[in-house]
Design a protein around this ligand. Structure first.
Ligand code: CS2
Length: 399
């Protein structure tokens, strides 16, 4: 089976995860789209959009050349993106939590400035591009969200329908939105990585490093053909929700806990934070609390042991600041769900939320810009009389 994928948000995570699986499946090609900057296109076009992936664990590094990406388009070319969308059998997305513009109720936020602008004809967000790809197409399409949102496919379907409705349109094409859990820890690219791959004989202007471990669990709900991603270990299942909940609440919940608590202690990387006995106890508590909320058939003992090993991977320098960004959107999915499911009897998850509050207050006090779409609200909350309560309201948390 051969086919085409259009991928919105062609960042490091896509290049370490879905592109790697697609290469293993053979026969499919990907057109990438960068929505925010043409920088990656400019770096990769001189090498035909091929790039080097460095797979790292305690035993060393394995370099692979990834060749499934055959073009990268930038958001300034809506007509080109539309045409590529029409040709695609699958449209995938990795645009991070903030790329969806969902409000606290999980619905598309029609008041968000970028959404308002797009409703009047601009192209800042994913929505006009997705609608354009659906309009006037003559074959079915699968839209596959690969971001860390709860029920990412269902959430995207609801948000896109709302956007279409607000434009006076309806989703007419035959389209499916499978939910999916995606997992592979992927730090930002460093100069050290560029030097390492060049020394290894696979020089690249924009290499990516990642761990050897990887998981992808996708609901079996495709409108048309798909790559045989199972050859690289992807699981196609009737219901991805239990896997997704385990990953978001255990891996991502612990990641956020380590990020804020670690930064407050002056640490820089996940492998340092997880080696700190106090923080290790904190995430063991997060694991216990999250585990108590998961559906019975989900295995958690070996999963948590694997997480501790993965976090300790000495070969990956995964920066706490990278994980700490966008906390106002991450915490509800990663920690607040566990806290509310257990009626607040979750001292460790609450401690992690308290670390976020302390972290943002410290950043604001030190005059550093917050990397969060709600930075303005957070700064105002920190400057008010009761920062804790104001911050709690921003993340929908009852302290
Ligand atoms: C991390 C995730 O940056 C973050 O917030 O928690 O990107 C994490 O590394 C991935 O979800 C792992 O699959």
């Amino acid at each position: 089976m051969t086919g085409r994928i259009l991928h919105l948000g062609v960042g490091n995570f896509h290049r370490a995860h879905q592109a790697w699986y697609t290469q293993a499946a053979r026969g499919w090609q990907i057109t990438g789209v960068s929505l925010r900057s043409p920088a990656l296109r400019d770096k990769l076009q001189g090498q035909g959009f091929d790039y080097t992936l460095a797979l790292k664990d305690a035993r060393g590094t394995r370099l692979e050349r990834i060749t499934v990406l055959d073009d990268i388009l930038f958001a300034d070319d809506p007509a080109g993106i539309k045409a590529a969308g029409h040709q695609a059998d699958i449209i995938m997305l990795t645009v991070t939590e903030k790329g969806y513009h969902l409000g606290p109720d999980g619905q598309l936020d029609l008041e968000a400035p970028a959404i308002k602008a797009d409703l009047s004809g601009d192209t800042h967000t994913i929505y006009p591009f997705l609608l354009g790809a659906l309009e006037g197409r003559d074959k079915p399409v699968t839209i596959l969200s690969c971001d860390n949102l709860t029920a990412n496919g269902d959430s995207l379907r609801a948000a896109l329908s709302r956007f279409a409705q607000a434009c006076g349109k309806a989703l007419t094409a035959e389209v499916r939105f499978p939910n999916a859990m995606v997992d592979r820890i992927t730090p930002a690219t460093t100069d050290a990585l560029r030097e390492e791959v060049a020394k290894g004989g696979m020089a690249c202007a924009a290499p990516v490093e990642t761990e050897v471990f990887t998981e992808w669990v996708i609901e079996d709900d495709f409108a048309g053909p798909r790559p045989a991603w199972e050859v690289a270990g992807a699981q196609i299942v009737p219901d991805a929700a239990p896997y997704e909940m385990r990953k978001l609440r255990m891996l991502n919940g612990a990641h956020s806990a380590l990020a804020y608590a670690g930064l407050l202690k002056g640490q820089d990387y996940i492998h340092q934070a997880v080696a700190d006995p106090e923080l290790r106890a904190l995430i063991n508590g997060v694991f216990d609390e999250a585990s108590a909320t998961l559906p019975a058939p989900v295995e958690t003992d070996s999963y948590r042991a694997a997480l501790l090993d993965r976090f300790a991977n000495p070969a990956l320098k995964h920066s706490l600041r990278q994980i700490a960004m966008d906390g106002s959107l991450k915490l509800p999915v990663r920690l607040i769900g566990t806290i509310s499911d257990l009626n607040g009897a979750t001292p460790h998850c609450r401690k992690a939320v308290a670390a976020w509050m302390q972290f943002v207050q410290q950043e604001v006090a030190q005059g550093r810009a917050l990397d969060d779409p709600k930075a303005t609200q957070i700064s105002a909350a920190c400057a008010g009389d009761d920062p804790e309560n104001a911050l709690a309201r921003i993340i929908g948390y009852s302290a």
